[in-house]
Design a binder for this molecule. Structure first.
Ligand code: PBG
Length: 330
């Protein structure tokens, strides 16, 4: 009790604070997303995500060298296409830009882990995360038809050399379908990084511009989760674990720290947090106005995700955070 106990004693010196820190952020925690586009000589700024670009495969080299130089262990690839159709069939083209990017990156930097986002919304002309059908009055993603497409994309990415495939469509049975397809095709070493708990969130706005994947009609509420639900998150994660997922993800991050914590407490697989586009854009906009200190707010936010239980963080700030962490440790 006070006055014997004074928690402030341990806060007096900076080195003492450093010694008693419970949570630490490390470059090892970071995963950097990259947007790959068809075409040649493209490095096009994404207006809604300042500092992020659309890259054509032939322009990737310097960016990959930089990621490796900074010590970031993994990239997460998103693909765009010029050939959209109702089923998103360009997603599994062997010569698709993501497949080419995987080959290029693995040839350049074999140790850099290449994770691929596996979703159809950038490849379908309607912008939903799979083929559509009518369920009574409602037009929604045809779950079981979409599983077949996801299995094909997984195999095409694995064939190109992806280390982990990350299905983000919240399709029931996606992990099992992909695991079976990968194993049948001889890719038993390719991991599955599941977007297990993905909410139907308004924080994805800037990304939809970046990935050209805004639904042309309706929303994603008939497949992504209701932000009101926490117990359902455990059910989703449990199914993914049973179907063979290697890692779990919660998305978005900051408004869902309770979900990160609960996954960490309930499962023994690595848990990742996706620090999404809306979280990035808000900080960028406020920093541009001079209302907040970007570096301080970002490092505090990333640390909070780790404190909640995230083992890994997917963030558009990965390169900046790696630089800041290096500077802080000097
Ligand atoms: C594709 C996908 C989305 C994001 C990642 N994969 C958008 C969505 O579900 O609408 C969002 C990423 C971000 O906002 O940074 N399904």
């Amino acid at each position: 009790m006070f006055p014997h106990s004074r928690p402030r004693r341990l806060r007096l010196h900076s080195n003492l604070r450093r010694m008693v820190q419970e949570t630490r952020l490390s470059i090892n925690d970071l995963i950097y997303p990259l947007f790959i586009t068809p075409g040649k000589q493209v490095k096009k700024a994404i207006a809604s995500l300042p500092g992020q670009y659309h890259w054509s495969v032939d322009r990737l080299e310097a960016e990959i060298h930089e990621v490796v130089r900074l010590g970031i262990p993994a990239v997460l690839l998103f693909g765009l296409t010029t050939e959209k159709d109702p089923h998103g069939s360009s997603s599994y083209a062997d010569k698709g830009c993501v497949q080419q990017a995987i080959r290029k990156i693995k040839a350049m930097a074999p140790n850099l882990m290449v994770i691929t986002d596996l979703c159809l919304c950038s490849y379908t002309e309607h912008g939903h995360c799979g083929s559509l059908h009518q369920a009574g009055q409602i037009t929604t993603v045809d779950n079981d038809a979409t599983l077949k497409t996801l299995a094909k994309i997984a195999v095409s990415h694995a064939k190109a050399g992806a280390d982990l495939v990350a299905p983000s469509g919240m399709i029931d049975g996606m992990i099992g379908a992909m695991r079976t397809a990968l194993d049948h095709a001889g890719f038993e070493h390719t991991g599955i990084f599941s977007y297990s708990v993905k909410y139907a969130s308004s924080f994805y706005g800037p990304f939809r511009e970046a990935a050209d994947c805004t639904p042309q009609a309706g929303d994603r509420k008939s497949y992504q989760m209701d932000p009101a639900n926490a117990r359902e998150a455990l059910r989703e994660a449990e199914l993914d674990v049973a179907e063979g997922a290697d890692m779990l993800m919660v998305k978005p991050a900051l408004a869902y720290l309770d979900i990160i914590q609960s996954l960490k407490q309930n499962f023994d697989l690595p848990v990742a947090a996706y620090n999404v586009s809306g979280e990035y854009a808000m900080v960028k906009a406020a920093a541009e106005k001079g209302w907040i200190n970007e570096q301080a707010v970002v490092m505090e936010s990333l640390l909070a995700m780790k404190r909640a239980g995230a083992d890994l963080i997917i963030t558009y700030w990965a390169k900046d955070a790696a630089r800041w962490l290096t500077e802080l440790s000097l």
